[in-house]
Design a protein around this ligand. Sequence first.
Ligand SMILES: NC(=O)C1=CN([C@@H]2O[C@H](COP(=O)(O)OP(=O)(O)OC[C@H]3O[C@@H](n4cnc5c(N)ncnc54)[C@H](OP(=O)(O)O)[C@@H]3O)[C@@H](O)[C@H]2O)C=CC1
Ligand SMILES: CC(=O)C(=O)O
Ligand SMILES: [Mg+2]
Length: 757
Amino acid sequence: MPNDELPSDRRQEALDYHEFPRPGKLEIRATKAMDTGRDLSNAYSPGVAEACLEIQKNPQDAMRYTAKSNLVAVISNGTAVLGLGDIGAQASKPVMEGKAVLFKKFAGVDCFDIEVNETDPEKLADIVCKLEPTFGAVNLEDIKAPECFLVERLCRERMNIPVFHDDQHGTAIVAAAAATNAMRLAKKNFEDIKVVALGAGAAGIACLKMLMVMGVKRENIIMLDSKGVVHTGRNDLNAEKAEFARDTEMRSTLDAMEGADLFLGVSGPGLLTPEMVSRMAPRPIIFALANPTPEIMPDLAREAAPDALIATGRSDYPNQVNNVLCFPFIFRGALDVGATQINDEMKVACVEAIAALARETISAEVGQAYRGETLTFGPEYLIPKPFDPRLLPRIAVAVARAAMESGVATRELDLDDYHRQLKSRVYRSFSIMRNVFEADRMASRRLVFAEGEDERILHTARELIEDGHDTPILIGRPEVIAQRLNREGISIDIDAIEIINPESDARYRDYWSAYHQLMRRRGVTPDLARAILRTNTTVIAAMMVHLGDADSLICGTFGEYRWHLKYVSEILGRDSYHPVGALSLIILDQGPLFVADSQVNLFPTPVQIADTVIGAARHMRRFGVKPRIALCASSQFGNMETRSGRNMRDALDILDEMELDFEYEGEMPADVALEPELRERLFPGSRLTGRANCLIYPNAEVAGAARNMLRSVAGGLEVGPILMGMGNRAHIVTPGITVRGLMNIAALAGSNVSTYS
Ligand SMILES: NC(=O)C1=CN([C@@H]2O[C@H](COP(=O)(O)OP(=O)(O)OC[C@H]3O[C@@H](n4cnc5c(N)ncnc54)[C@H](OP(=O)(O)O)[C@@H]3O)[C@@H](O)[C@H]2O)C=CC1
Ligand SMILES: CC(=O)C(=O)O
Ligand SMILES: [Mg+2]
């Protein structure tokens, strides 16, 4: 069946996606080094035999010495591939590779996709069972009913690892979560509704069973398959369908739809007509879940029933009811507690976690990823979005808890710890930021955001309000803020936040006259002060901090760093405070790397370099990182007479006079800093132990280039830049910052002033 909903350019795009730059969507990567003869002898003969013998003695040790505990088999015979039908095992491979990618992307679960040319259910079950030594769990996929029921039952009976048929249970879990929320909106109860299920296969049967667990009554269900209504007069029904057979005169979908409250389509494309929809009860719920083409396109359904709550299996319409919201996360939880099966308790925990998430305010990341869409709980947002980073921690923890409580877990987890671990998987910055978050929690600070109309700031403000320890203050026009909150679906009570309207704030007079006092001998007249305090939100924010109306300011989501720095330094760079340097923490796969100074001193003097080193060491400790600082230059240890090398050597002398209690060394190029073996060859006995974790550069352009390359090419995630030397009273971000980045800066700004400078 052609995928007639995709226009030809999108069709070609999808094919190119699969073909280029290399065929398929997956590769296998080694997780251990294989660079030396020693690596070879550990990984392979003779060393590998040691691991084999340990596993022979104790088979459970396979979890210890092999990848088994995180490895899932995605297995299909291609007999019910999406709604494309029986297209065969080979043709199902793109879907199975896709499932494997989703497992990895959303939950870090490794998968082999296995397509099997076997349609006999008993033989297929035999094959699957024989794979148990390889895998920690099995995900059966796109195997048609009724064969899938037998395959699953046999595998579950014979295997001691979780076996889950995604099209049955994954779909049922997500559909039940969406139905729970749709019921609330439609003000209907599961106990009373009339359900019509079109499709009596793997997904259909499982969804109905799950709806019955939620309270739907069997006598209120009408099921249809390709031959029409499933009724007691039929003699072609398999056991699963027979359970739902009704003693009725109804024969067609049109008959069945009369007065239906919930339509559940898990059949094929275009099978539901507007006329059928128009027969439904008021405020009908229409789940047209066939993939890729639903039983009815949402626009058509809406025309026939304007008050309908509509979901499909697709990502290009609101309310994607798709098992992708379940399988990565339920397997994550099951694998992590070493569950022997995925039982009903775990499934129900999953339903509840998914449904609850949609009723909460969306996360900042989702807001950003789906900009322009309305994402507050309601008809267009019944169910979370697949990119919602909260899915992993919430669902996996709920599943792990249910597994432990219901006695199928072989490992007990501390669930608070587990939740934290999962969060650090999703947010790469989470684990290194943990110390800072803790410090932030201990303090309660007022943070003023100079660019309070920016959507990223609004998301950040919402998160801060929810976290509850810091108070955001926004500078911006209230009507613009209100409009953007609404557009972004951010539920903040606008009356509950402090907003400084630059056009009409009552403090305007106080602020401009105080600014004038500060700046009158630097060319600022009263008129100029008035004009600046109407238009320059960085100055307003800095004056708030100066006058004690806020504890810290955050600016820089647009414009030049140094433009903001000029005003921040003029107003707040007094007493012992002055900008020392901008420190960026770049989180890389290999660990954290700090880089400075990319912004403040374009060509720093040796004294400024020494100050930057000291500031960097202090800040690194805030993150719980032991400083190993390299003073970088193109020369190494005095081998050339360059200006940058000389500055670094002079800075080293200044530092040496101070008896500092952290490691620093220089001058050296970045590779010598980062490769201890190379360093040892060039300069044996250097004071730096191991790989440097902070690079201080001789000028801001080079530091900026290094920081940008680490972000753009090495995929580093930046925390910062952190403005050092201002007593944590001001931070200037850069325009590319994300909401997560702003949250990190806000946590830094929200930590107590005594712990920061
Ligand atoms: N959104 C989601 O997350 C998911 C969506 N699905 C979708 O659900 C559909 C079914 O998948 P699955 O249950 O795995 O497949 P199965 O092959 O197990 O079941 C298909 C069912 O659809 C019925 N059917 C086929 N054609 C018609 C027709 N013309 N009129 C009425 N019923 C018909 C079949 O009837 P019969 O029994 O007579 O053959 C069968 O009962 C697919 O489109 C799939 O993409 C599936 C899983 C997840
Ligand atoms: C989503 C899915 O698994 C299916 O359509 O078959
Ligand atoms: Mg499927």
